[in-house]
Design a protein around this ligand. Structure first.
Ligand code: ATP
Length: 774
C-alpha cells in the first residue's frame, strides 16, 4: 500500500472545476510525479532511474508550490497536512501561513488514501493518475480517520478498572497449573476483550455464542486453521488449533507465534515429531532439571554435614585438651598430696623420736621450733591448695560435661533448623515466583504500554504549562485549559536518570524474554534525541538501557546471553542499514508468522559498554553522511536501534529470545513554507503516512480489532513484534515548553493520551526448552 492509492479512479473522471485554473501540464506533471513518490519506498528499491525522477518530482512540486503561492491566489488553501501530526504548511503569501493539511481516508478494504484540500476540493494522491479529486462514491466505502481525536476512555476509568479488580487475588479466578519445563505456574482468569463468534437465535431473538466445534465448520475458521496447519505441520490436533484461535482473537499469526513461544523452533524443524513427543521431551528436561536441583540440595547438605563434622572434631579436640589438663592437675594434686603425706610422716617420725630421746639438749633437736612451725603452716597451705585444686578440677569437669551436652543439643537443633531452612528456601522461591507473576499481572492490568510525557528544559518559558501532579499536565491555550494524563509526567528539571528510571522495569523484562520497545514521539526540537541518545555527559535511554541489559545478563551466571545490535533508519519509506560497511545498504522486511527479519541487516555483538558506544557512533556517522547526501536533517527519518537478546539457561536448557527496540521517531511537526520544497513535501508525506499508520495500529489495538494494520508502513511493520500481544512498550511524548509550539504540543499530548490506555494483551515470554548443551 502506498501513501496514495490507485483504484482506477481516473483523473479526468474526477477532475474538479477547481483545477481548471491550473496549467494542465503543471498539474499533470505534479500529480503523476508526486504520486510516484508516494510509493517511494517500493519504487526506490526497483530502479536507479527513479533517482533522476526524484529530482524531476522535486522540480515539479516546487513549480506547483510556486503556483499555489502566487500572490494573486489570496484564497489559496494549498495545503498538505496530517491529522495534526505532520503538517506541511505553505503560506499563501510570504507573510501569512496557510495550513497544508493531510487527511487519511481508510477504505473498508484496508487501503489508506492520503488526501489534502485544494481550493475547497478534497484531492488525493493516486498511484496512476497523480493528484486527482477524491471520488464522491468512496465516501460511503470508508471513513476519514483521526487517530488522535477519538474519544478516549477517561483516565479515571482505568484507575477504576484497576481498583475494581484489586480483589482478584482472593477470588475463584486464581489457581495454579503445572506446565512441563516451567513448573507450577499461577493462573488467573482475566476479563479481556476478545472477539466472540455468535449465531442469531430466531427463537429468542438474540445472538448466542456458537459452540467451539460448530465454529469449525465455518469457512472463516477453516481457512485460519489451515493457515496454522500449513505453518506448523507438527501441530496435528484440529481442536487444539481451534481453541488456540479462539484464544488469540482468531488471528492465525498470533496462534503460530504462541506455539512457537511454547515449543520453540523445534516445531518447524521436526515436522514429523508431534506435540505429544515434544511434551514427553519437555518432561524429560523437566526431570533433568529437578535432578539437577536435588543434586544441588544434596551438595549443600553435604557441605553442612562437613561443617558439623569439623565442629565436632574441634569440640573433641577441646575435650581432649581439657581431659589432659585435668590429668595434669590431678597429677599435681596427687604429687602434692604425697608430699603432704610424706611431710606429715616426717613430722610424726620426728615427734616419735623426740619423745624417745630423754632430755635432749637444745643443740640435739633436728629442727628449730620456728622452722617446725613454718613447715606446719606450709603443710596447711598445701592442704588448702589441694582442696581448692580438687574443687576447680571437679568444677571444670562438670563444665566440660555440660558443654558436651550443649554441643549435642546444638547438633540436634542444627539438623532441625537445616530442615526449616530448606522449607523457608522453598517458600521464598515460591514467593519470588508469585511476586513476579503478580508484577506481570499488574503490568497487564495497567496495559503493556507505558506512556510518559517529558517537557524539554527551557529557562523562563512554559507559563502556559502547569503540572498539577506527577501524572497530569495542564495546557492553558486561548483561555481554555486542557488536562492530559500519563503514566508519568517528567518536568523540565527532571534529569536523564529520572527519565531512565521509568523505563527500568521493562528493560528487565527484555532479559526475561519479552519483546520491549521504547519510542520517542514529538515535534522537532522537543528533546526526542536528547531523551533517547543524550550526550557524552548525560547519556540517554539508549545507552543506559543497553548498559543495564548488559549488567543483568552478566549478573545471571546460569544463563548465557548473546546480545546483538543493529541500527537502521527509515527515510521516505526506505530502510537503510546504518552499520553496513559499504555505506547505506537498503533493506527489505520479510516476515514469518509474526517474526520479522531483514536479510542482510548488519548485526554486531556487544559485550561491553565500549562496544555499544563504538557501534552507535558508527551508526550516527553513517546517518549523518546519508542525511547530508540527501540534503535533509535527521529528524526527517525514524532512527531505530534494535538489540536481539538470546539466552540459554545452562541448567534447565530453556532458551529465550527477545528484542529491545529503541526508536527516535521523525519530528511530528508542521513544516514551514520556506522548507516546503519538493523533497520536503515527499518527506512530509512519508512521515505523515508512517505516523498515521502508527496511530492506526494503536487505534486497532485499543478497539481490540480483528485486524491490526501493521503493514501499512515500514515503521509499523518493523514495530509489529514490539506492539503486539507479545510485547511491552514505552512511549515518550516529548513536548516543547515554548508558547509558540503550543499547537504542536497539544497535538502531541493528544496522540500520547490516546495510546495511554491500550493493553497489548498478555505479554508472552519468548522462551522454549531445548536440551542443555553440556
Ligand atoms: N531535557 C533537556 N534538558 C536539556 N537540554 C535539552 C533537553 N531536551 C532537549 N534539550 C536540548 O534541546 C535541543 C533539541 O533537542 P533534541 O535534538 O533532542 O530534539 P529532537 O526532538 O530530537 O529534535 P529532532 O527531531 O530535530 O531530532 C538539543 O540541543 C538538546 O540538547
Amino acid at each position: 500500500m502506498g501513501t496514495g492509492a490507485s483504484k482506477g479512479h481516473s483523473a479526468e473522471k474526477h477532475a474538479s472545476r477547481d483545477n481548471e485554473d491550473l496549467p494542465s501540464a503543471v498539474l499533470n506533471g505534479f500529480a503523476s510525479t508526486l504520486a510516484d513518490n508516494n510509493s517511494i519506498g517500493k519504487q526506490r528499491t526497483q530502479s536507479k532511474v527513479e533517482d533522476d525522477e526524484d529530482d524531476e518530482v522535486a522540480e515539479d512540486i516546487e513549480q506547483m508550490v510556486q503556483h499555489f503561492n502566487r500572490p494573486e491566489d489570496t484564497e489559496v488553501g494549498v495545503v498538505l497536512s496530517f491529522q495534526g501530526s505532520v503538517r506541511v504548511r505553505v503560506t499563501e503569501s510570504f507573510q501569512e501561513d496557510v495550513s497544508l493539511m493531510f487527511e487519511s481516508f481508510l477504505h473498508r478494504n484496508g487501503t489508506l488514501y492520503t488526501c489534502f484540500t485544494q481550493n475547497g476540493t478534497r484531492m488525493y494522491f493516486d498511484d496512476e493518475n497523480g493528484i486527482v479529486p477524491f471520488p464522491e462514491e468512496l465516501y460511503g466505502e470508508g471513513k476519514f480517520i483521526n487517530t488522535q481525536n477519538k474519544p478516549d476512555k477517561a483516565a479515571g476509568d482505568i484507575k477504576q478498572d484497576i481498583n475494581g479488580s484489586s480483589g482478584y487475588l482472593e477470588n475463584e479466578r486464581t489457581s495454579s497449573f503445572y506446565i512441563p519445563g516451567k513448573g507450577m505456574t499461577m493462573t488467573y482468569i482475566f476479563e479481556e476483550r476478545t472477539n466472540v463468534c455468535k449465531y442469531f437465535d430466531s427463537d429468542s431473538g438474540a445472538w448466542l455464542i456458537l459452540p467451539l466445534l460448530w465454529e469449525a465448520n465455518m469457512d472463516f475458521i477453516k481457512h485460519r486453521v489451515e493457515q496454522v496447519k500449513d505453518a506448523l505441520p507438527s501441530i496435528t490436533d484440529y481442536k487444539e488449533i481451534l481453541a488456540a484461535l479462539r484464544l488469540c482473537n482468531y488471528d492465525p499469526d498470533e496462534v503460530i507465534s504462541m506455539f512457537y513461544a511454547m515449543f520453540g523452533d523445534s516445531l518447524a524443524a521436526i515436522p514429523e515429531q508431534n506435540i505429544e513427543s515434544m511434551s514427553f521431551t519437555r518432561d524429560v528436561y523437566e526431570k533433568e532439571r529437578q535432578i539437577e536441583n536435588l543434586k544441588n540440595q544434596l551438595e549443600e547438605r553435604e557441605r553442612d554435614l562437613e561443617n558439623m563434622r569439623l565442629k565436632c572434631k574441634h569440640l573433641e579436640e577441646e575435650k581432649d585438651h581439657l581431659i589432659r589438663r585435668t590429668e595434669v592437675l590431678q597429677n599435681q594434686v596427687d604429687q602434692l598430696q604425697s608430699e603432704h603425706e610424706k611431710f606429715l610422716k616426717e613430722i610424726s617420725e620426728f615427734y616419735r623420736k623426740s619423745s624417745e630421746t630423754p632430755n635432749p639438749g637444745p643443740s640435739t633437736l633436728p629442727l628449730k621450733k620456728e622452722v617446725f612451725l613454718k613447715l606446719i603452716k606450709e603443710a596447711h597451705e598445701i592442704n588448702v591448695c589441694n582442696n581448692q585444686l580438687r574443687v576447680v578440677a571437679v568444677h571444670d569437669l562438670s563444665d566440660m560435661g555440660q558443654q558436651l551436652k550443649n554441643v549435642q543439643n546444638l547438633m540436634v537443633n542444627m539438623k532441625k533448623s537445616n530442615h526449616e531452612l530448606e522449607e523457608i528456601r522453598a517458600l521464598y522461591q515460591r514467593e519470588t515466583l508469585e511476586r513476579k507473576l503478580l508484577y506481570n499481572q499488574l503490568q497487564e492490568l495497567r496495559g503493556n504500554i507505558r506512556v510518559f510525557c517529558r517537557c524539554r528544559r527551557d529557562d523562563g518559558k512554559g507559563e502556559h504549562l502547569a503540572f498539577p501532579s506527577d501524572e497530569d499536565i495542564l495546557v492553558n491555550h486561548n483561555g481554555s485549559k486542557k488536562r492530559f494524563r500519563f503514566d508519568k509526567v517528567f518536568l523540565p528539571q527532571c534529569t536523564q536518570e529520572d527519565v531512565y528510571e521509568g523505563t527500568l522495569p521493562i528493560i528487565k523484562s527484555c532479559a526475561d524474554g519479552y519483546n520491549v520497545c521504547i519510542l520517542a514521539y514529538g515535534q522537532t526540537g522537543s528533546g526526542k534525541t536528547y531523551t533517547m541518545m543524550g550526550n557524552d555527559q548525560r547519556p540517554g535511554v539508549n545507552i543506559r538501557s543497553i548498559r543495564e541489559l548488559l549488567r543483568i545478563c552478566q549478573e545471571r551466571e546460569r544463563i548465557k546471553y548473546t546480545i546483538k545490535i543493529s541500527m537502521l533508519e527509515i527515510y521516505n519509506e526506505t530502510l537503510r542499514d546504518l552499520l553496513s560497511q559499504n555505506g547505506n545498504t537498503q533493506l527489505e522486511i520479510r516476515s514469518q508468522g509474526k517474526t520479522i527479519f531483514m536479510p542482510g541487516l548488519t548485526e554486531t555483538e556487544v559485550l561491553t559498554e565500549n562496544d555499544i558506544k563504538t557501534t552507535m557512533s558508527l551508526g550516527e556517522k553513517n546517518r549523518t553522511v546519508a542525511s547530508t547526501k540527501m540534503n535533509t536533517e535527521s529528524s526527517r527519518s525514524h532512527l531505530m536501534v534494535i538489540l536481539r537478546v538470546n539466552g540459554v539457561d545452562s541448567v534447565s536448557g530453556v532458551v529465550s529470545s527477545a528484542m529491545l527496540t529503541l526508536c527516535d521517531l521523525a519530528g511530528s511537526e508542521r513544516i514551514s513554507k520556506t522548507e516546503a520544497t519538493g523533497q520536503r513535501l515527499v518527506e512530509a508525506a512519508a512521515i505523515n503516512k508512517s505516523l498515521t499508520a502508527l496511530g492506526q495500529v494503536f487505534t486497532a489495538l485499543k478497539s481490540n480489532s480483528l485486524h491490526v494494520p501493521y503493514r501499512n508502513s515500514k515503521l509499523t511493520h518493523l514495530l509489529q513484534p514490539s506492539l503486539s500481544g507479545h510485547a511491552k512498550a514505552c512511549v515518550f511524548v516529548n513536548i516543547s515548553p515554548d508558547i509558540r509550539d503550543v499547537g504542536e504540543t497539544l497535538s502531541s499530548l493528544q496522540f500520547g493520551s490516546s495510546i495511554q490506555q491500550i493493553a497489548l494483551g498478555k505479554p508472552i515470554q519468548n522462551t522454549a526448552s531445548v536440551k542443555p548443551s553440556h
